[in-house]
Design a protein around this ligand. Structure first.
Ligand code: GUN
Ligand code: ZN
Length: 441
């Protein structure tokens, strides 16, 4: 089937050579690592990018193709969220506690609803609809603890044809009896899910030990074995999010050199390991992240909401450029990558650092694709890439419509979108060229 559509509008994406090192920091910077076309055309054929350019150069070649006119809306690759809890929608916006108490008082009771099939299906359907409403097309996500709910989550993602990296969250210690499985049960569920879902369609399995306080040494040992048996699996966990958490980890693993060392001891620190938060880091831990190629997921809205601390972007960047952004939905009170990019800026200002607009947008799109090693498939509009993209309508917000008058360049446009944008300006979200969400439908 030859299924071709052209989208006409303003187009923005990063070149495949773009990196945090060579991205322009301001509009007078001549390093040209992005493509911005006013009145451009994006051609999508059979779910993949088939071409991109100015309308003027394409207009005579469009006679047989359906053209969707998006006016002055911005057509750009979908966002990539590298840390989120798909099971925490029911406890977002929970009052008054920091990490360890918040987990006990809100998160663990909330995640129990996933033991029930109907509740699980309702909650995950809402979650995925909301993710698409926010323009996120790919995520690294913690799934449910239980097999049935995890299987349902993979099936729902597969039905929606989303490129997703996820796995059942693992907990075998320090959790309430109703949200704890034995080490063997956790392992057996993981094996079954890997066999059924890993590399099926656009899905990748992620070994997901919750954190060192909820997974026994035996559990982490088994996680290491799974990774050895399937080297292309991802791993995700939490690291150095909260100072009390760091102290408890030291108590539970007195033999460890530092928090990262606990995971490393079991072979869990690899170039496909996504480490959420990484706030209270020792230099030696950052050096180890650099040497292993592990991936940092910075989650500023969650860190602000839970009072966890200020991630230091410039310090981290001195060690590694494998930095990405996550909502940490659950702890983060928004699924919008606009909110994440906005808080990343504010956290940097509190650290007396100016975070360039291009850097933030890169971290939330093509930078994350590169870091996750999926850049040959998604993240920009090079020919042959999977057509996961969003159409942003700044005029959907009365204030953005007002504020964008007089905006002269893409640097300023991105800056005001990140500072003032939210889900309301996502006009539509496309997955493999199919419209998966449209605001006016
Ligand atoms: N550390 C362990 N579990 C969690 C969780 O669910 N959310 C956050 N923010 N941190 C965690
Ligand atoms: Zn988290």
């Amino acid at each position: 089937m030859n299924n071709t559509t052209a989208y006409r509008g303003n187009i923005f994406y990063f070149n495949d050579t773009a990196s945090l090192e060579n991205l322009p920091k301001h509009k007078n910077d001549t390093s040209n690592q992005y493509v911005y076309i006013e009145d451009g055309i994006l051609i999508v054929k059979n779910g993949k990018i088939d071409g991109v350019g100015s309308y003027a150069t394409y207009k005579d070649k469009l006679s047989d193709i359906k053209v969707e006119n998006c006016g002055t809306k911005l057509i750009t690759p979908g966002f990539i969220d590298t840390h989120q809890h798909s099971t925490q929608s029911s406890i977002v916006a929970a009052y008054g506690e920091k990490l360890l108490e918040w987990l006990e008082d809100y998160v663990f009771p909330g995640e129990r609803i996933y033991a029930d099939h109907d509740c699980a299906l309702k909650d995950m359907t809402f979650f995925l609809d909301h993710l698409l409403r926010n323009g996120t097309t790919t995520a690294v996500s913690y799934g449910p603890l239980f097999y049935d709910a995890s299987d349902l989550f993979f099936a729902e993602l597969n039905k929606r044809n989303m490129r997703f990296i996820t796995g059942n969250i693992l907990m075998d210690i320090n959790a309430p009896a109703t949200l704890k499985l034995s080490t063997q049960e956790n392992y057996d569920i993981s094996k079954k899910l890997i066999d059924k879902w890993h590399n099926k369609g656009r899905l990748s399995y992620c070994i997901s030990p919750r954190f060192a306080l909820a997974t026994s040494e035996a559990m982490m040992e088994l996680c290491g074995e799974l990774k050895k048996a399937h080297p292309d699996l991802y791993i995700q966990t939490h690291l150095n999010e909260n100072t009390n958490e760091v102290k408890e980890v030291k108590k539970l693993y007195p033999w460890s050199k530092n928090y990262l060392d606990v995971y490393d001891h079991f072979g869990l620190i690899t170039d496909k390991t996504v480490l959420g938060h990484c706030i209270h880091m020792l230099d030696e831990e950052l050096a180890q992240i650099r040497d292993s190629g592990a991936i940092v997921s910075w989650c500023p809205i969650s860190n602000n909401f839970l009072g966890s601390g200020l991630f230091n972007y410039e310090r981290t960047l001195k060690f590694t450029d494998k930095i990405t952004l996550g909502t940490d939905w659950g702890g983060g009170n928004s699924l919008s990558m606009f909110a994440v990019m906005d808080d990343a800026y504010k956290v940097s200002m509190l650290n007396n650092q100016k975070l360039p607009s291009m850097h933030r947008w890169f971290l939330a799109t093509y930078g994350a694709a590169k870091t996750l090693q999926i850049d040959s498939k998604v993240g920009n509009f090079d020919k042959g890439k999977e057509a996961d993209f969003i159409i942003i309508d700044p005029d959907a917000s009365p204030f953005l419509k007002y504020r964008r008058r007089g905006v002269e360049d893409i640097f300023e446009l991105l800056f005001i979108l990140m500072t003032l944008g939210d889900e309301k300006i996502i006009n539509s979200t496309y997955i493999m060229g199919e419209c998966a969400y449209r605001a006016d439908k």
